[in-house]
Design a protein around this ligand. Sequence first.
Ligand SMILES: [Zn+2]
Length: 498
Amino acid sequence: MNVRFKWTLLVGLLIADISSADTQVDPETALKLLRGQGAQFEKQVVQVTDNVFTAVGFHGANTSMIVGDDGVIIVDTLMGPTSASDALKSFRQISDKPVKAIIYTHSHGDHTGGASAFVGEDNPAIIAMQNFGSAHGVDDALTPIMIRRGARQFGRGLPPDQATNRGVARADTVDHDRGRGYLPPTTTVDVDVYKTEIAGVSIELHSSPGETDDALFVWLPQEKVLFSGDNFYQSFPNLYAIRGTAYRDVLKWSTSVGKMASFEPVHLVPGHTMPINGQQEATSALSKFSDAIRSVYEQTVQGINEGKGPDLIAHEIELPEHLKDEPYLVEFYGSVSHASRAIFAGLLGWYDGNPTTLNRLHPRDEAQHVARLAGGTSKLTKKMLRAMDDGELQWALQLSDHLRWLEDADRRLVLDTKIRALRGLAAREYNAPNRNYYLSYANELESGQLQEFEIQTKGEKQASAVLPSAANFPLQFPYREQIDSVLSDSLSKSSQLY
Ligand SMILES: [Zn+2]
């Protein structure tokens, strides 16, 4: 039994009893699944063909070397010069030919920030799509919150005993020099298909908008190797990132991956995770990946047209039977339900179509009504604690969010319960961004680094939501270093994006 088949079987068995589209299982299973996924980014140089080598696990993403007659071509350059130099050192044990070209599959920082390490004295061409850099997705004005939410999604501040991985990347990457080795493209491609020869190697670059609009895939027609960038990796794709992203055009994404499948590659080198070898395996993976994205889009659109809101669609949506157990479609990184919410918002905006939600009650007023229904604040508190005892962690969390608005609530108890509920949910999660976010948020609440709400004293009319801002969010562990790094680096806004 080969490793791949065994893994497929394991995943199938472990998640066979998941009844809804969520990613919560028992804690032991969640850890087993995440540890199994870790095999996708163990540090190693993988020989893909006689002349193609991929460095996996040197940072979050992959970097590859194509060896030609009188030089080498590098596809993607990792996040910073330290990890890139480390990968180059390994590549140099295979070939000492000069670097003739660097190709960026897209502009995210984990693929571009280490370029300077590969350049040396060689002065290579740096090639990317003409619209390179168009895909940052969010406004610079949002940098403060993006740093915090990104850190939570990736679990950057988690202590070793809480860290697992990032779904398609290891947790222990070297990040202090993020973006410091970035070099802008010297050659940009303004056609859909660009065919060239570099160092005697025939290379085709195909525009493939998806995760970003500026994405391309690299095709080696002779070796039948396809470098997909981040439009394919071995996990259900991050059609929406919980750190906060603008709408990613998932239909274009599906189409681009379908186009890759039409090449029937013999070797598929993803932007993250291990390469897939074999024409049947690689083609089928691309084709099913494309189908999965399209299915999520189509199911969401169908739900929208039936008048359903995003909550209902998110709870009902599932991958079709023939796709859900494929190891490269398990929701280690992206989430099917989150994707449906993003598609809803991307196509129609925030409003779910139900007039009840046009002007919802102020959360404090709703909390007061809920407390009255429960028979008072102390009874509502008991309901929250009972939910914890019963393992209804999500319900406990929702009740804690009501209770924190109530002046007569035991706020310390409510806060402690929220922290425990978040950690309980994290333990059951095999979706890495969710797990990392729950844990990071709980740690911030516990340390006092994050104060969700300051309840005003009696008599004052308004309770104020204290959102994390520079003023009430002390810049200490784990963010100080990141904010320094970001503020001193104009490339920072792209430097944490997968
Ligand atoms: Zn990436």
